[in-house]
Design a protein around this ligand. Sequence first.
Ligand code: ADP
Ligand code: MG
Length: 494
Amino acid sequence: MSAAVGSFTAVVPPPSRRRPVARAARCSAAGGVAAASPILKNLQLKCATPLTVLRHVADAMAADMRAGLAADGASDLKMILSYVDSLPTGNEKGLFYALDLGGTNFRVLRVQLGGKDNRVVESEFEQVSIPQELMSGGTEELFDFIASGLARFVAKEGEKVRLHQGRKREIGFTFSFPVKQTSIDSGILIKWTKGFAVSGTAGKDVVACLNEAMKRQGLDMRVSAFVNDAVGTLAGARYWDDDVMVAVILGTGTNACYIERMDAIPKLQGLTNGSGKTIINTEWGAFSTGLPLTEFDKDMDQESINPGEQIFEKAISGMYLGEIVRRALLKMAEVSALFGDYVPDKLSVPYVLRTPDLCAMHQDDSEDLEAVDLILNDTVGVTRSSREARKIVAEVCDAIVKRGGRLAGAGIVGILQKMEKDSKGLIFGRRTVVAMDGGLYEHYPQYRKYLKEAVTELLGSEASENVIVEHTKDGSGIGAALLAATNSKYSTEV
Ligand code: ADP
Ligand code: MG
């Protein structure tokens, strides 16, 4: 499958056009760097997440969850019913597919499930970057691109891959955007997030969009389960571990889901199902209460394609951390000559500094911060930086990433608190697993560390011993395939 490279960067001006620093603030290079210190101090102050702030965020998250469960539209948190009422048991058998549309990539996966003893006998996947132009094009173009990737994946299958005679290939479709679920295999897109602005999809059944595209591609597959990526992760992790109660995604964007009692969802007005439980998709990216935000967050939000929305997501997820840092560095370079007498033009390009760049700078423990120098040069066109300036850059990265990780940790504790309060002993009286997935959590060790520290600080060392926050590699893809099996129209149990 060809892998087009998607990015959020705009056109980069040529390096020769370097902007001079504002004359009033222009000063000698050394004095200039020092003048960045007050901006850094102010940023650290505004970003600080002491225990009181974390506690406030956790409590507000729990309160917003309750409001969202009470009535639609009553809270930032939509608390969407997933229609996943039964989780995989381990007995599922057969060949299943998953399609995972994230914010950066889409992945196609095939798994052969072998039942209780054999579990996942074989799996294969392919990943494709979503081209930038498709993120703001039309619905048909985006879904044709996805369906053609799926068709190529299926066309490459060898003789080994065998379906039962007369059966269609069944697929679990993981979709990482807010959807009003209408059944286990249908749902209406509420809005795009994470930089997507595809026209004509909001208000439509996403599965119908995929079905139409598959038809145009001559591909005869059946979507048996349509799930959010957090929901897929919970199902996938639960397949291996019965103690999984919550799943959190920290990738391009962020979301969380958890297992809820049907009788604790007032907006259902008494409606129930066989198991008495369901997975609730919180859509916590829209949370906004009590967050320590800076001028850089506010400006980024105002200039985003969804101003005023997804405020938690914009403070803690992978798409935005690099951009917040870029904005802070730009201000420092403008008023303090952080990088000399010129502001490199590339530093003014939105989203040019990406979260993986922060991560690489954050790993640099060399005396002279050589990796920081290299990345500043490669990504934002800083031709020469002093050691002092690099140190400031590293501290800006740390402040933003620390805030992100700690707020994510507070969000997790908010969910756990809500569950524990409703059913005493359910969470803190026993081993409880929070399944984590997404590129940010997977690849950024400092972010992970800050997140876990916040969980421990909030819960105290005793209660936090029972709470296991662990990465579930590829949970959402496998989880969707498992949910396709659980909701198969054919018999799949042994
Ligand atoms: P998606 O969000 O499309 O489902 P992923 O879960 O793989 O995809 O997350 C991709 C995001 O993870 C990227 O947008 C980036 O923000 C973040 N990421 C990827 N690699 C790294 C890295 N090395 N360090 C930090 N963040 C990373
Ligand atoms: Mg994903």
